[in-house]
Design a protein around this ligand. Structure first.
Ligand code: PGA
Length: 263
C-alpha cells in the first residue's frame, strides 16, 4: 500500500535526558541554556523528558519560556496502590508532564515486555498523557520487520484509532543508541535503512487501522542523532517527522543545532 507523506510539517524534537544531569541545579542550568538558545529553534516543537524528580521544578519554565512540552521517561503499569517505587500516569500529569516515553530499549533491558508496554500505553492514554512509543530491533542485522510488527501490534492492542494522534512512534534500533553526549554519531542507522523502517511501521499501522490513520501517524527516529546527521533523517521525502535525542540533548549547543532544523 502506497502512503504519501507530507515533509513540510513542523519537526518534533524530543530531548531524552535519561539519568542526567545529576543535580536539580544542573538540570535548571540545562533548561536555562536551552532558553538562551531558543531563538535558533523557535519553529520546532520541543519535548523535554527529564528524570521524574526534576519534572515538577522544570515543567512550568519549559512551557512558558519556549513553549516546550514536558515528558517522563517511564510510567507505571498501574494507576495507584502498593507498587513501591513506581510513578503513575496521573501523578505525572498532575506535576506538569504531558508526554511519556514508553517501550524505550533501555527500559526493555530492565524488564519491560511487550505486555507491560501495552499496559503502560493504556494507562498513559487513559490519564490524558500523550505517548512516545519506542520500538526497534536490538541487534544490527536482526529481522527488524518482525520485531517492529510484534512490538507495534502488541503495544497497540485495544487502542482505538482516535488515540493514534496521541501516540508519537519512535523507530529506535537499540544498536544505534549512543553511550552519551561525547559518543560520536558513528553508530547511527543510515537514513535510507531507517526511513525504510518508518515506511514499514506505517504499513503495520495501516494494517491495524487504515491508510488514513497511518498517513497521519507521527514517526520519529532515535539513535545517535547529532547536528551533522539530523537533516538526513528528517529532510527527505518519506523522512521522519522528528527525532528522539539522547546524548546530544545534554549539550545545549548541539541540541539547539539539531532543533534548528525548521528555522
Ligand atoms: P542517543 O539516545 O541519541 O544518545 O543515541 C537516543 C535514545 O536512547 O533515546
Amino acid at each position: 500500500m502506497l502512503i504519501s507523506l507530507c515533509v513540510c510539517m513542523k519537526k518534533i524534537i524530543v530531548a531524552n535526558w535519561k539519568m542526567n544531569p545529576v543535580t536539580l541545579k544542573e538540570a535548571e542550568g540545562l533548561v536555562r541554556s536551552y532558553i538562551r538558545l531558543k531563538k535558533s529553534f523557535k519553529r520546532s516543537r520541543v519535548i523535554v523528558c527529564p528524570p521524574f524528580v526534576f519534572i515538577p521544578s522544570l515543567a512550568q519554565k519549559i512551557k512558558t519560556s519556549f513553549g516546550g512540552d514536558v515528558g517522563a521517561q517511564n510510567v507505571a503499569r498501574d494507576d495507584a496502590g502498593a507498587h513501591t517505587g513506581e510513578v503513575s500516569a496521573r501523578m505525572l500529569k498532575s506535576v506538569g508532564a504531558s508526554f511519556v516515553i514508553i517501550g524505550h530499549s533501555e527500559r526493555r533491558m530492565m524488564g519491560d515486555t511487550d505486555d507491560s508496554v501495552h499496559e503502560k500505553i493504556h494507562h498513559a492514554l487513559k490519564a490524558g498523557l500523550s505517548v512516545i512509543f519506542a520500538v526497534g530491533e536490538s541487534e544490527r542485522g536482526e529481522d527488524a520487520h518482525s520485531v517492529l510488527r510484534t512490538q507495534l501490534c502488541e503495544g497497540l492492542r485495544g487502542v482505538s484509532a482516535a488515540y493514534i494522534k496521541k501516540i508519537f512512534f519512535a523507530y529506535e534500533p537499540r544498536w544505534a543508541i549512543s553511550k552519551g553526549v561525547h559518543d560520536a554519531a558513528g553508530s547511527a542507522d543510515t537514513p535510507k535503512n531507517a526511513i525504510e523502517k518508518a515506511i514499514y511501521m506505517r504499513r503495520v499501522i495501516a494494517h491495524l487501522y487504515d491508510a488514513r490513520v497511518a498517513k497521519k501517524a507521527i514517526v520519529l527516529y532515535g539513535g545517535s542523532v547529532r547536528a551533522k546527521n539530523a537533516a538526513l533523517f528528517m529532510h527527505q521525502e518519506w523522512g521522519f517527522d522528528g527525532a528522539l535525542i539522547g546524548g546530544a540533548s545534554l549539550d545545549p549547543h548541539e541540541f539547539a543545532n539539531i532543533a534548528s532544523i525548521n528555522d
